[in-house]
Design a protein around this ligand. Structure first.
Ligand code: AHG
Ligand code: MN
Ligand code: MN
Length: 353
């Protein structure tokens, strides 16, 4: 009989020391490794973050095949703010609600797409300790034109007793009480960026293994940038300080790298993400149409403010720190100036003079 002896030969480049380039840290592994940093029930909170990761992957799948699956376009309905809902707004909203309901760690959800707080009444959620506020699909106007969009979330510990019916007081906590916040950007790749108050970490979805993998550890926003993100169509009704700042950005001055570049996508998640990586300022002041600003405190401004502060940046309404506002309405709007510390500082100086 033929005796076949097989020797497994691995060239040097595949030996143990070089295997590190094949290793990844998945979001799930990272959450477990870091769960000791969180001052709350660790296993439950980790499971909640994991559930959000699962919802993000599912939305990413729907976003990627939207053009083929006939889910572009209007849903034929409006949200409480009178904005047309897109089919993907509704799909993303339902996907997150479904995922969090089945996960069992959340007792209530506040969503940009729902008029009222959603009370999760399910046997698995009886002892749920957390509430989630979210913008399931940020940048809706960009869905149909294939431009980056996102999902934004924030997590609070409930203040009402566990086991009782949650109420609005669970949501009307200032942002400085947030346990975690994050966003998902559906861009050239899908990324999830989040903080639990110990820095900011970014994960890129590897479609080949279906996992978010740590790609941007300990993200820091540069103190200065060369980009401003502002809908200049609104400049005529902007506060004087904003007009002066934009004008300053546009002046030619070599030592300070001016003129700066205007970059405005119309999806805050995408504008914010670029500014986080490269440095820059995002501006949405009061306008003639939206005297309190357009962006929503609970779903958009608070989570991004937590992230930008954790990355070394600033988020302010022009009247103080975003995270110190005590909300009094689920759908409350606030002006926002956020991003690189020195840029926001200069703009605030002009606003206050
Ligand atoms: P949403 O799609 O969740 O309603 O949010 C859109 C927001 C934000 O993402 C973006 O920065 C801003 O609206 C754009 O508003 P303008 O078109 O008024 O500039
Ligand atoms: Mn939004
Ligand atoms: Mn939205």
């Amino acid at each position: 009989m033929l005796n076949l002896r097989v020797t497994l030969y691995l060239p040097d480049k595949y030996t143990k020391t070089s295997m590190s380039k094949f290793n990844v840290t998945t979001l799930g592994q990272f959450i477990i490794e870091r769960q000791n940093e969180i001052p709350v029930a660790k296993g439950e909170f980790s499971r909640l973050l994991r559930d959000i990761g699962i919802a993000a992957k599912t939305i990413s799948r729907e976003v990627n095949r939207a053009g083929l699956a006939e889910i572009l376009g209007d849903a034929g309905s409006e949200n409480v703010q009178g904005e047309d809902q897109k089919k993907l707004d509704v799909i993303a909203n339902n996907l997150v609600i479904d995922c969090l309901t089945r996960g069992g760690e959340v007792c209530a959800i506040a969503s940009e797409e729902n008029d009222e707080m959603i009370y999760i009444q399910s046997p698995v959620s009886n002892n749920a300790k957390y509430v989630v506020a979210m913008d399931p699909l940020d940048g809706s106007s960009n869905i149909d034109v294939n431009v980056s969009i996102g999902t934004i979330f924030s997590i609070f510990q409930r203040v009402t007793p566990v086991g009782s019916k949650p109420d609005l007081s669970d949501f009307f906590q200032p942002g400085n009480q947030m346990l975690a916040a994050g966003y998902v950007i559906y861009g050239t790749s899908t990324m999830l960026v989040y903080t639990t108050g110990n820095g900011v970490n970014g994960f890129t979805l590897d479609p080949s293994i279906g996992e978010f993998c740590l790609s941007h550890p300990d993200m820091k926003i540069p103190a200065m940038g060369k980009t401003y993100s502002y809908n200049e169509g609104n400049i005529l009704s902007a506060p004087n300080g904003v007009k002066e700042y934009i004008n300053w950005c546009q002046q030619v001055d070599k030592p300070t790298n001016r003129p700066y570049s205007a970059r405005y996508i119309g999806s805050m998640v995408a504008d914010f993400h670029r500014n986080l990586l490269k440095g820059g300022i995002f501006i949405y002041p009061p306008t003639a149409k939206s005297p309190n600003g357009k962006l929503r405190l609970m779903y958009e401004c608070n989570p991004m403010a937590f992230i930008v502060e954790q990355a070394g940046g600033v988020a302010d309404t022009g009247n103080g720190r975003v995270l110190d506002i005590v909300p009094n309405d689920l759908h409350q709007r606030v002006p926002i100036y956020m991003g690189s510390k020195d840029m926001v500082g200069q703009l605030l100086g002009l606003l206050h003079q």
